[in-house]
Ligand binder design. Structure first.
Ligand code: BGC
Ligand code: NOJ
Length: 814
């Protein structure tokens, strides 16, 4: 265990223990695996939704609130006038003890005040659409005690965007029902909705409220809800205004006695023909069945155990034991956990993403799979199908789709010209991991040609030729609206404050070119060729090769600035990311992608580009996106120049791209540099920076402010970032060098001596490999010798067809 001012890692329990409610920012966790999701902060703030944070928001949350993070599922104790929450907020009463344990799919809060202890464990069971709160109240005194326990949450009227805007309607639509100890939220059920939600408890009520004005009071807030302060709910029934659900339980406890209550907040969909059980009365059968599955403490605890067992199994597929517990903690627990969350959420709902702005991003979701395919390959397979179904037959793709409908998002559209090639990465990685070669022949029609039985392979081919068919004057890929860097908007020229930088496209996009896509095309174009060969489509491979070769030549001829790769050509065909520019002389993306693609390994350009990254872009807190920062808004470049220097894409440390440099350094065999870049942004290694960082010390953030920022090294936008999948991929596949390939598992570490000898357990297809890697006292790159079960292996690939079951691999490094 290592401690910081705000908490510590408890690796044995796979938990981060927060020891104060007053963290620099709310530190959250994610609940739910399949459909029903919740965000929960270290003080039990947050909200829940079913599948789609925009269209099926179940509980209400007000972003950017004062104080921060006001709103959640709160439990209150009124102990003879002393009022407090086990989660330490929003009531301001200081607790005698507070801790929040964020674990794998659950959060536990332990609060103690005046000899009453409350333990609240909140989780979403594996298979059900509900959030379970197991609440145990213990009297630790030597005398009998009577306390009142209140629950509270506020319903969202389903469409989160409308809920925060359309008040003239919303204040008149709210409807609820009460039966037994369950409060049902049925707004809009009378018309076009076939779903409702509920909040129940397995004990008789002393009172309840369903209307916020009665429970909280018009001019009170959640730190002093009127009913809780008064010690009694009012049994209000909401009609319009703001429906809430609050229970009151009067709890009598003998000395030393504990009582456990199970609260269940759930979501139900009903067949249209079975909506009503009586005129105006909703059909509660499905809700009752759901409640019955968690109506005792034993049932709730069993469901929690099933969940933790599930996580133990998932995390056992890749484990590492090194000399550095920080590496083990990152790779064995938190990075994999974050990979699941980014896979599930894409960039939709976090404490920085409101859940209404974005659905599932094509680019983001494809990349998220590379951190997750080893955990649940079948889920990745399904995700790839959903993504491919939004692709057009010319290879272009909707930039986002809505998870509820799985339809491409028309208001955003497409023309982000990096999008198509990410599909090649996701499919290649999935097939290498799973061995599911037949997936390449799986039929998923293109969005615009539903009648044509196109295969996944056809999608990859369309992606490839989308780049080939969209080249600019230097035979480099046209950038379209933007490439990976959403904020490099070379065809927009926006001067109107209320228009989108990304989707307002004024230019024809027939000139501006991207060196990032050029590198991406070479890297994943080669992968496409490998896949064509794998399937025996030799002619396709032969046809494709010259396009890749031509791109390498174009990069060398028109994309090299002298000491690094250019970033782009703008709408005037002028270079960006050149020493001739006054600002934005060097960018990270093209250095990462061109070198990962292997360009310049033959003539020293790759090494020189990476040396330039170190010289110009690297700083203590990570590698900055570009330098020097843009000091003025430039409509020719777009949003990148809109950010103040040092923030976001304008020379912030945009963590997502840092692992590209790690991979490239590992390919080059510079183990010390690869490790150094990796650790600069990896949470477990920078716990000591938490006060500066402010975001959760257990997950990656999207951005850390760079050298030009007013406050340097401050992180923002935690959780939903491609950094998670990419840094995991970089560390496991390139630093540790355990790399699935089509025919077997390649072992190609690039290990800094400081990590010592390493032991890894890796499940791969039908086998489990126990891999011992010993330092050889040399560069740490590549292997000097390898045996499997005592027998020498030729080369560095373990042929997967030869090995099932458990095996011992021993590797000695160069
Ligand atoms: C952000 C980007 C983000 C984009 C899309 C921009 O304002 O800076 O990081 O990708 O919005 O929402
Ligand atoms: C965040 C977006 O989600 C991602 O798609 C993009 O690549 C980066 N920002 C960089 O702009």
């Amino acid at each position: 265990m290592t401690a910081s001012t705000f908490g510590y890692f408890d690796d044995a329990n796979k938990e981060y223990v927060v020891t104060t409610p007053f963290t620099p920012l709310p530190w959250i966790n994610y609940l739910g695996n399949d459909g029903f999701f919740g965000l929960i902060s270290n003080t039990s703030g947050g909200y829940s939704f079913y599948r789609d944070a925009k269209f099926r928001r179940i509980t209400r949350y007000r972003y950017n609130n004062v104080p921060m993070d006001s709103g959640g599922r709160y439990f209150y104790i009124n102990d003879n006038g002393t009022v407090w929450n086990p989660g330490g907020r929003p009531v301001r009463t200081e607790l005698d003890h507070y801790e929040c344990r964020h674990g794998m799919g659950y959060s536990k809060f332990i609060g103690r005040k005046n000899d009453i202890e409350v333990e609240q464990t909140t989780f979403i069971p594996l298979k059900d659409w509900c959030e379970v709160h197991r609440v145990t109240v213990t009297n630790q005194s030597a005398a009998k005690k009577s306390v009142k326990l209140f629950s509270s949450l506020e319903w969202c009227l389903w469409n989160a965007e409308d809920d925060g805007a359309n008040f003239q309607r919303n204040f008149s639509t709210g409807e609820v029902e009460l039966e037994g100890s369950a409060i049902y939220h049925k707004t809009e059920y009378r018309e076009r909705r076939n779903h409702y939600s509920f909040f129940s408890v397995n004990a008789p009520l002393a009172g309840y409220d369903t209307d916020r004005q009665h429970f909280v009071g018009v001019y009170n807030d959640y730190s002093c809800p009127k009913a809780v302060m008064d010690g009694a709910c009012t049994n209000s029934e909401a009609h319009g205004w703001s429906p809430v659900a609050a229970h009151q339980l009067d709890v009598e406890l003998a000395a030393g006695e504990s009582k456990t209550f199970v609260f269940v907040m759930g979501y139900v969909e009903v067949e249209p023909e079975n909506k009503w059980q009586a005129p105006g009365v909703i059909n509660k059968q499905p809700a009752k069945a759901l409640i019955a599955r968690y109506d005792t403490a034993e049932k709730a605890s069993a469901a929690l155990k099933t969940l933790t067992d599930y996580w133990d199994e998932l995390l056992s597929r890749f484990t590492v034991k090194s000399d550095d517990e920080r590496l083990d903690r990152a790779l064995n627990i938190w990075n994999q956990y974050q990979n699941m969350v980014t896979f599930n959420m894409s960039r939709s709902a976090s404490y920085f993403e409101s859940g209404i702005g974005r659905g599932m991003g094509f680019r983001d979701s494809n990349q998220d799979t590379i951190g997750f395919a080893h955990m649940i390959p079948s889920a990745v397979r399904e995700r790839i199908i959903d993504l491919a179904a939004t692709q057009q037959s010319d290879g272009s793709a909707y930039h986002q789709y809505q998870p509820l409908t799985k339809k491409g998002n028309a208001d955003i559209g497409g023309n982000f010209n990096d999008d198509p090639m990410w599909l090649v990465l996701a499919v290649a990685n999935y097939v290498k991991e799973s061995g599911d070669v037949s997936f390449l022949k799986h039929i998923v029609p293109f969005e615009d040609t539903p009648e044509v039985p196109s295969t996944i392979y056809d999608h990859l081919k369309a992606s490839f030729y989308h780049v080939v068919n969209n080249l600019g004057p230097h035979k480099l890929p046209l950038i379209g609206r933007a490439d990976w860097n959403d904020c490099l908007n070379l065809n927009c020229f926006s001067t109107e404050p209320n228009e989108s930088y990304q989707t307002t496209q004024r230019g024809d996009s027939d000139v501006a070119e991207s060196l990032m896509i050029a590198g991406q095309f070479v890297l994943y174009g080669n992968e496409f060729i490998a896949i064509a060969k794998l399937l025996g489509f030799e002619a396709d491979a032969v046809d494709a090769q010259p396009h890749v070769d031509a791109m390498v030549s174009a990069v060398k001829e028109h994309g090299w600035d002298g000491e690094w790769f250019l970033r782009a050509y703008d709408s005037q065909s002028q270079p960006i990311g050149s020493s001739n520019n006054n600002e934005g002389k060097i960018f990270i993306e093209s250095q990462g992608f061109c070198t990962m693609a292997g360009i310049g390994f033959d003539d020293g350009k790759a090494k020189q580009a990476l040396d330039s990254v170190e010289k110009h872009l690297a700083c203590e807190y990570g590698v900055m996106l570009q330098q020097p920062a843009f000091s003025e808004y430039n409509p020719l470049y777009g949003e990148i120049t809109s950010y103040p220097p040092g923030y976001k894409e304008n020379a912030g440390i945009f963590c997502h791209n840092n692992p590209w440099i790690v991979v490239a350094e590992a390919m080059l065999g510079r183990a010390d540099k690869a490790l150094s870049y990796y650790t600069r942004i990896t949470p477990a290694f920078i716990e000591h920076l938490t006060e500066r960082h402010k975001t959760e010390p257990y997950v990656y953030s999207q951005m850390i402010s760079g050298r030009d920022a007013y406050i340097q090294g401050e992180a923002k936008n935690s959780w939903l970032t491609g950094t998670a999948a990419w840094n995991y991929y970089a560390a496991t596949q390139y630093i540790l060098g355990i790399r699935p390939d089509y025919n077997g598992l390649q072992i190609d570490p690039c290990l800094d001596a400081s990590l010592g000898d390493i032991n890894i357990t890796r499940q791969f297809r039908d086998a489990v490999y126990h891999i011992e890697i010993k330092q050889g006292g040399g560069t740490g790159k590549g292997i000097a010798s390898m045996t499997i079960d005592g027998v020498d292996v030729d080369g560095d690939v373990i042929d997967y067809q030869k090995f099932n079951g458990e095996h011992e691999i021993k590797v000695v490094l160069n």
